[in-house]
Design a protein around this ligand. Structure first.
Ligand code: NAD
Length: 369
């Protein structure tokens, strides 16, 4: 059995608490002979600043590059509000994304039947929802130049952000989306605004070409981003994989996140290109939530997003979809059995803590085989 080299970066706030549950799941997977890991750990974020005066050390970056995948919990908190800008906790996260060249961000939105009532939408609209947003993460208007504010000298200023995409950037993100669709329900919805943006015209053209050349077996449709936002809250179950740029992806993935009820439930993955020599794809897995300083250290954090992130690593980095399915089924079972951390419990109902939720998921993994 292949040994997966995993770097764990627990970070700040509730990070170490939810990562502790991932370590217990890893220990269970090894004991049960389902997977084999070589684990390393390091610091990122505020804790790295406290120890080394940087948000992530070069040594930790080297470990991240050498690993098969990185798992990060969360960084940041009020304690580090006044540290130098370049050493702020988020700088560690940004360096990881940049140096590992993680251009594809995968954000699944899954609504477990047991939690359908936690969504702001009606049960029948969200129950059983399972869609995946593939967001381009390293290009587009957040990075394009020029990016300036100019004083026009007449009491006015002009601000410019530039939306730029080149063919190769659209081709590689489209391939990620089509490849993923093939492992799911075989449908891709590509989203841009070709009616008003030149970058949207190129996006649509390139996605269509990649489809016609390499992925004819996958169903492809195009939705304008504004219309897609509307459809996401009207009838989200019509979607399987949605592929879109950095800006629209940022917004659409947050809309999709809220369909499912709670931040504590949502894993994510960021993938780089496949290295032609080693066949290895750099990858980082992390929950969507932050370090939740308001509940840190209290044993209240929901570990499901973090454990779900391990599931994504098993599926997308380690080709062990059956283990990922088992993790997902265990989470669904625990929820169906009525176990709730405080963030997903209806007011006045009993709750469990972080460790108890972790234990319940591990026990469920044994029975859902
Ligand atoms: P947050 O996600 O940390 O918390 C928002 C709310 O959701 C809080 O009430 C929190 O208690 C709750 N929450 C979040 N995760 C939870 C979990 N697993 N279980 C139970 N409840 C949970 O966002 P925020 O409060 O805006 O930010 C707090 C800090 O986290 C800031 O320093 C911010 O910069 C940082 N942050 C980091 C990341 C990251 O590391 N990727 C992402 C977002 C925010």
């Amino acid at each position: 059995m292949a040994t997966h080299k995993l770097l764990l970066l627990a970070g700040d706030g509730i990070g170490p608490e939810v990562m502790a549950e991932v370590k217990r799941v890893i220990a269970y997977l090894e004991e049960a002979g389902l997977a084999s890991f070589a684990i390393e750990e390091d610091l990122v974020g505020g804790c790295a600043y406290d120890a080394h005066k940087v948000a992530i050390t070069d040594a930790a970056m080297d470990r991240a590059k050498a690993a098969d995948a990185v798992m990060l919990a969360a960084v940041g908190g009020p304690k580090w509000a006044d540290v130098p800008y370049e050493a702020r906790p988020e700088a560690g996260l940004l360096r990881l994304r940049k140096d590992l060249a993680l251009f594809a961000n995968l954000r699944p939105a899954i609504c477990y039947p047991a939690l359908a009532d936690a969504s702001s939408l009606k049960r029948e609209v969200v129950e059983g929802l399972d869609l995946l947003i593939v967001r381009e993460l390293t290009g587009g208007v957040y990075f394009g130049e020029p990016k300036t504010i100019t004083d026009l000298g007449n009491g006015q200023k002009r601000a410019i952000d530039t939306q730029v995409y080149e063919t190769y950037e659209i081709e590689r993100i489209a391939r990620v989306a089509f490849d993923l669709a093939r492992t799911r329900r075989n449908k891709v919805t590509s989203s841009e605004k070709h009616n008003v943006m030149r970058s949207g015209v190129l996006w649509k053209e390139v996605v269509t070409q990649v489809h016609d050349r390499e992925y004819k077996d996958v169903e492809l449709e195009h939705n304008l981003a504004d219309s897609l936002a509307m459809q996401l809250v009207r009838w989200p179950k019509q979607y399987d994989v949605i592929v879109t740029d950095n800006l629209f992806g940022d917004i659409l993935s947050d809309i999709a996140a809220m369909l499912t009820g709670s931040l504590g439930m949502l894993p994510s993955a960021s993938l780089g290109a496949v290295d032609e020599k080693t066949g290895k794809r750099s990858a980082m897995y992390e929950p969507v939530h932050g370090s939740a300083p308001d509940i840190a250290g209290k044993g209240l954090a929901n570990p499901i997003a973090m454990i779900g992130s391990l599931g994504m690593a098993m599926r997308y980095s380690f080709n062990q979809g059956e283990v990922a399915d088992r993790i997902d089924a265990a989470i669904a079972k625990v929820l169906a059995d009525g176990k709730r951390t405080a963030d997903i419990a209806p007011k006045g109902t009993p709750t469990v803590g972080t460790q108890e939720m972790g234990t319940a998921i591990i026990e469920a993994m044994q029975s859902v085989a």
